[in-house]
Design a protein around this ligand. Sequence first.
Ligand SMILES: Nc1ncnc2c1ncn2[C@@H]1O[C@H](COP(=O)(O)OP(=O)(O)OP(=O)(O)O)[C@@H](O)[C@H]1O
Ligand SMILES: Nc1ncnc2c1ncn2[C@@H]1O[C@H](COP(=O)(O)OP(=O)(O)OP(=O)(O)O)[C@@H](O)[C@H]1O
Ligand SMILES: [Mg+2]
Ligand SMILES: [Mg+2]
Lengths: 255, 255
Amino acid sequence: MTRIITVANQKGGVGKTTTVANLGAAIAERGHRVLLLDFDPQAALTAWAGLDPYHLSPTTYSLLMKDSVELKDIIRPMNNLLYLAPAGVDLAAVEYNLTSTKDRNFRLRKKISGDRYQVDFILIDTPPNLGLITTNALVASDELLIPVQCHYLAMRGVRALLETVWLIHDRFHQQLKLLGLLPTLFQPESEHSREVVRELRSVFSKRVFNTVIHEDEALAKAPAVRKPVIEYMPNSQAAKDYRQLAEEVCSGGIQ
Amino acid sequence: MTRIITVANQKGGVGKTTTVANLGAAIAERGHRVLLLDFDPQAALTAWAGLDPYHLSPTTYSLLMKDSVELKDIIRPMNNLLYLAPAGVDLAAVEYNLTSTKDRNFRLRKKISGDRYQVDFILIDTPPNLGLITTNALVASDELLIPVQCHYLAMRGVRALLETVWLIHDRFHQQLKLLGLLPTLFQPESEHSREVVRELRSVFSKRVFNTVIHEDEALAKAPAVRKPVIEYMPNSQAAKDYRQLAEEVCSGGIQ
Ligand SMILES: Nc1ncnc2c1ncn2[C@@H]1O[C@H](COP(=O)(O)OP(=O)(O)OP(=O)(O)O)[C@@H](O)[C@H]1O
Ligand SMILES: Nc1ncnc2c1ncn2[C@@H]1O[C@H](COP(=O)(O)OP(=O)(O)OP(=O)(O)O)[C@@H](O)[C@H]1O
Ligand SMILES: [Mg+2]
Ligand SMILES: [Mg+2]
């Protein structure tokens, strides 16, 4: 049974794209077939894969807008067991174009429920807001993973995010589960960083992954060489962290 | 003559809110009257000032939605020469509520053009997207300041941002000028960070501020103590950087 996981947080720059790319690669390394869905108009994941979001077609935009386009029409192989459904820059127009469409919140769900049997995991990258694109991703998913930067400003947004998620859960999709909160950009030598993780664990306890993603320059550089960090710098702290996260996720979530 | 500066970048987490709060405070320290406008539904700037975006009224939302609400009705003093027009969480509904309003791109401009005489600078914080809220800010502004994190993923988004800005410039507001690109979260010991700044200067040359904002934990901690960094840690690298930026901005931009 395919597990569909949305990675979301309206706070910007907390490691959503970085987590989809690197967790996806680490899960594929364990032998699972993984599809990465780029649902962010910035198309960072698509660029990371070496594709040009300005001249691509069909993309996740076509998947949402055109009834005739199926998921299998837009999937591209990235490497062994890893696939990508790329975004185009036109994705930014979705919110406006679907305003008066009745099933606007269910467009993605209708498209990906059928093809589940082909992959083991689908990971969805989302933009830094809780608009129609992110709602579509959540309504189409089984689970939600929330990266949280180990900074005060990132922490304060979590409650607002969870409130919105429960609204979506109650109105559109009662099966949606919170897979967990993932501390990111952790700086072990920083008291502030350690304090944020302590606060997250005390407020959200079992909902916080045991794995913490350390700040590691390898993650900032990996997109420039179009590789996940487990290929680019296999012995780095970041590679270790994402492999550990893949183990936690594959064993069914936080123990 | 009041200078209205929007701080924008659809890439998340690059230091937009941090720049509005700390540049604003540094300009006020030089003796200018400064109004900070929180136009981000995350209301990080409003929370930084110690206000509760869930129970505030009127806010910048009312300014956009209600013809009877004027800028002077929502301004609150923060400290000597520094004022804030706070955001409410309802700001997230603006995009949807104004979809079929004819003057939806000019709502803010109509409200702030009259009151200019009361302050020397207006700095506008925006969300990490290029939707209606950011368009309103740009159409109401004289100048645009773009913070760019010194990472590959942040750099690739600048071209897309400038394309959108020139569209807005040509269609709605020919007087809008690019004040400059501000390198942020700079890590001097990182070759990748130095490479990004070199690349920015070679591609955008005179458009890049001489000032570079270094990564400094004081900036991550300052929001938690509800102070700008020039008050919280006046001798920090970050305080020095934002004071230097204030000097560059006050002397009319990049020399
Ligand atoms: N653990 C880490 N260590 C160092 N750099 C990181 C780490 N995680 C992410 N980064 C870098 O930080 C920046 C922000 O990460 P990323 O773009 O993945 O966040 P995001 O949440 O997807 O941002 P957006 O909100 O714009 O979509 C990127 O330049 C990325 O390369
Ligand atoms: N120079 C810096 N050094 C260290 N931390 C910084 C620096 N600038 C910003 N920060 C921290 O990095 C995070 C991102 O900054 P900030 O929230 O200002 O970015 P933003 O562009 O406004 O994000 P968003 O896209 O979510 O609105 C915050 O936690 C902030 O405290
Ligand atoms: Mg992203
Ligand atoms: Mg912000």
